[in-house]
Write a protein that binds this ligand. Structure first.
Ligand code: NDP
Ligand code: 2IT
Length: 444
């Protein structure tokens, strides 16, 4: 690695030594930027990388709430505004017991480049809490969200910082968060948060956008090899928002999804997962996937098993970071998997990504492949600002164009370094260049 990149990485390691996933995300980007540093000496002269690796602001706060028995609980809340060169901080909120400052920092860092790739005017941010919504009543989730927003509302705004959902935060949580923001500020400021229900300022197709986008990206990658998704056998990890709508779009495009999962295990169903059952279990009943065989009357539940040992043509990791490791990649390659499209953020470990690249497996990195969600959030902000509400078809048309344009950008930028199939290289460089140029022009 070039001396400047090494120097920056050393400083980042020293400052954030107890945050392994953040360091992983920074290394992943810096490891691909050497050709850019060589071609653009001002990146080093202006210390642009140092600026990009240090968050503009980081907020940690106490969230106190009472459960249905009146017992008081204390959680930790986070919001990081990482980079505002391209617009207000934009990125989701994650509620999961594993959340800590390092996880939020990694997600906010990824978001900078992802948001840049969308071509929209949105900066990078992320937030969340170690609160676990699983097993909580609606009233408990509401009280938690209200307490969380009581602090957060001081720091967000439609031109400042615009949260949305992520793991554990869907339309229910967004509703409570927005409702409390409205009470505290006495402003119906629709554009302060995205992922709202349609009918209270949300955008059509936002719920579908991330999963659909990851499939649209896969479609573009396959088209380069003159192939389509029709007839492809696929596996999707997770069974949350991103996974469900990835499965839906794959079904619409003629693929068959034979496996999906949750944190307890996976379901295998040779003739295709019954998506209505998954939606009922997860979106309505908030139940475990272990109930799939009894509800669907078919399929096999595999406790503690991931989906990666199931033979497939295309794989869509849509659950969480580092869920697809080296051994999983070996399985996929042995079974002739030809494409990976990351619906989740950083789901493949660096070792897995290297193996995919070595074996010529098409690899769509999360920054590019899952950018459809935040892109439609950007369109939601646009609709809110114009007091408009676009049809599903209109939003979906924009989404498809944005995914296509991200795909083209990845290939063009990687192509400048004679590696047009290297989407990881292309996504990082294209994402980086737009932010770097804006930072340079802003002078700070
Ligand atoms: P959901 O909460 O709707 O679903 C998450 C799914 O992943 C669930 O099936 C969950 O299983 C599983 N999961 C979560 N954490 C773990 C874990 N530690 N180990 C194993 N399985 C886990 O979240 P989303 O679908 O919204 O998010 C999924 C991924 O997509 C995340 O990486 C997120 O950052 C990313 N993403 C989301 C976007 C969005 O618009 N929502 C946009 C872009 C990226 P269980 O229910 O058992 O916990
Ligand atoms: O990781 C992501 O891009 C998201 N969770 C969506 C962010 C958003 O602002 O819609």
């Amino acid at each position: 690695m070039n001396a400047y990149l090494n120097r920056v990485l050393e400083v980042v390691k020293k400052r954030n030594h107890s945050e392994p996933v953040f360091l992983q995300a920074v290394s992943e980007v810096l490891n691909t930027l050497e050709p850019v540093i060589n071609a653009h000496p001002d990146v080093e002269e202006l210390n642009l990388l140092e600026r990009m690796c240090e968050p503009e602001r980081q907020l940690i706060f106490r969230v106190v709430w009472a459960d249905d028995q009146g017992k008081v609980h204390v959680n930790r809340g986070f919001r990081i505004g990482f980079n505002s060169s391209l617009g207000p901080y934009k990125g989701g909120l994650r509620f999961h017991p594993s959340v800590n400052i390092g996880i939020i920092k990694f997600l906010a860092f990824e978001q900078i480049f992802k948001n840049s790739l969308t071509g929209l005017l949105i900066g990078g941010g992320k937030g969340g809490s170690d609160f676990d919504p699983k097993g909580k009543s609606d009233a408990e989730v509401m009280r938690f969200c209200q307490s969380f927003m009581t602090e957060l509302h001081h720091h967000i705004g439609d031109r400042t910082d615009v949260p949305a959902g992520d793991i554990g935060v869907g339309a229910r949580e967004i509703g409570y968060l927005f409702g409390h923001y409205k009470r505290l500020t006495q402003r119906f400021e629709s554009g302060v948060i995205t992922g709202k229900d349609v009918g209270m300022g949300g955008s059509m197709a936002r719920k579908e956008a991330t999963g659909y986008g990851a499939v649209y990206f896969a479609r573009e990658m396959l088209a380069e090899r003159e192939e389509t998704l029709g007839g492809k056998r696929c596996v999707v990890s997770g069974s949350g928002n991103v996974a469900i709508y990835a499965i839906q779009k794959l079904n619409q495009l003629g693929a068959t999804v034979v496996a999906c999962s949750d944190s307890g295990g996976s379901v295998f169903d040779e003739n295709g997962i019954d998506l209505d059952v998954i939606k009922w279990l997860k979106e309505i009943e908030r139940k475990r996937l272990s109930e799939y065989p009894s509800v669907a009357g078919k399929g096999e539940y595999r406790p503690d098993q991931k989906v990666w040992d199931v033979s497939c043509d295309c794989a869509f990791p849509c659950a969480t970071q580092n869920e697809l490791e080296k051994e999983d990649a070996e399985f996929l390659i042995k079974n002739d998997c030809q494409l990976i499209s990351e619906g989740a953020n950083m789901p493949c470990t660096p070792e897995a990504v290297e193996l995919f690249k070595e074996h010529g497996v098409l690899f769509g990195p999360g920054k590019a492949a899952n950018a459809g969600g935040v892109a439609v959030s950007g369109l939601e902000m646009q609709q809110n600002a114009g007091l408009e509400s676009w049809s599903f078809e209109e939003v979906d048309k924009h989404l498809q164009l944005i995914m296509k344009s991200i795909h083209t950008k990845c290939r063009e930028f990687a192509g400048c370094y004679d590696q047009p199939d290297n989407y990881q290289l292309g996504a990082n460089i294209a994402g980086f260049m737009r932010v770097a140029e804006a930072t340079k022009r802003h002078g700070h």
